[in-house]
Design a binder for this molecule. Structure first.
Ligand code: ADP
Ligand code: MG
Length: 296
């Protein structure tokens, strides 16, 4: 395309809230054959809320909901993960005072750990529990039920014994279904990628009409999935909002960042969707097609 038609295209896209950082991305967008969408904050609103707290009867006194929230809140005070924000909101709403935590550690793709009031606390997914040999067998069934309802179950262990399960829900954005349908009508293969567990991922994918998804992906493996598709001959678009999406956004043929996402994601992407809506994807592709038509 001529520099002039690219300039016109970039302007057109900007009117739709789609910020294009380089002319090459504008030209490649029309050739995208596969679009990978991150789940949390991209397809979903990215503002998870606590929906359920299941308390576990163990061999010691069962904790109250407030005690669970106080410990989990204290632990997550050192984390910036969206799940930590959900906990913090609830703690604040209930006026719960937090305690200090020693030895805080965030384990990528698993959860968080630390020591609080001389107790060893663990909060995270099934894998985190498995790594620490914590028995969660009696809770597989309720956890599965929560996940089937598109909620994410998070396990809380005290001194290596399961004490509670906290479920959080992160609803899909109101227009994600229609925006994804627009891509599919353009014959683009749409895939979802997430670090979340398989059952929750499946439920969310179902809600938005996506049949291909990869769950339990470690942050460092997101870019590898893009390379895999590129090796299959796909021209890959990647859309994400988080720090852990940055390598994948850079690897993709065209990277799209959600405008409300982290700065690192925006800097790694070619195109920013200022309105946060996934409609910006089909809009960008339409502008790209029009730009290329104009040069003929
Ligand atoms: P995603 O952002 O796609 O969910 P992550 O790799 O950040 O992927 O997280 C994967 C999973 O690890 C989460 O779904 C959650 O179960 C667990 N996890 C990660 N960080 C935390 C945290 N700070 N608190 C609780 N659980 C966490
Ligand atoms: Mg995300």
């Amino acid at each position: 395309a001529t520099p002039m038609s690219v300039m016109v295209g970039v302007g057109k896209a900007a009117e739709a809230g789609v910020l294009i950082r380089n002319g090459e991305a504008l030209q490649t967008a029309s050739k995208i054959s596969a679009m990978i969408l991150d789940k949390t904050g991209t397809i979903t609103q990215g503002a998870p809320k606590i929906t359920d707290i299941l308390l576990v009867d163990g061999d010691r006194a069962r904790l109250s909901e407030r005690e669970v929230l106080r410990w989990v809140g204290s632990l997550e005070a050192g984390s910036e993960h969206p799940l930590a924000i959900a906990i913090a909101d609830s703690v604040k709403e209930k006026n719960i005072n937090l305690s200090s935590v020693n030895g805080f550690n965030a384990i990528s793709g698993q959860g968080v750990e630390g020591i609080c009031e001389h107790r060893r606390l663990l909060f995270g997914n099934e894998k985190l529990m498995r790594v620490h040999n914590i028995d969660i067998d009696s809770f597989t069934e309720p956890a599965q039920r929560l996940a089937s309802a598109a909620k994410t179950p998070i396990y809380f262990a005290v001194d290596d014994k399961l004490a509670a399960i906290i479920a959080v829900s992160d609803p899909v954005k109101a227009d994600s279904i229609e925006a994804i349908r627009r891509l599919q009508r353009n014959r683009i293969r749409v895939l979802m990628l997430t670090g979340d567990n398989r059952a929750t991922a499946k439920a969310v994918a179902n809600q938005v009409g996506i049949t291909e998804f990869v769950a339990e992906v470690l942050p460092e493996d997101k870019a590898a999935k893009i390379i895999e598709l590129q090796n299959e001959g796909e021209i890959v678009g990647m859309t994400g909002d988080g720090i852990n999406d940055a390598p994948a956004l850079a690897q993709a043929n065209v990277g799209f960042a959600i405008g409300t996402g982290t700065d690192v994601a925006i800097e790694s992407a070619d195109i920013t969707l200022m309105r946060g809506s996934l409609h910006g994807l089909a809009d960008a592709i339409a502008v790209s097609k029009a730009t290329l038509r104009n040069i003929k």
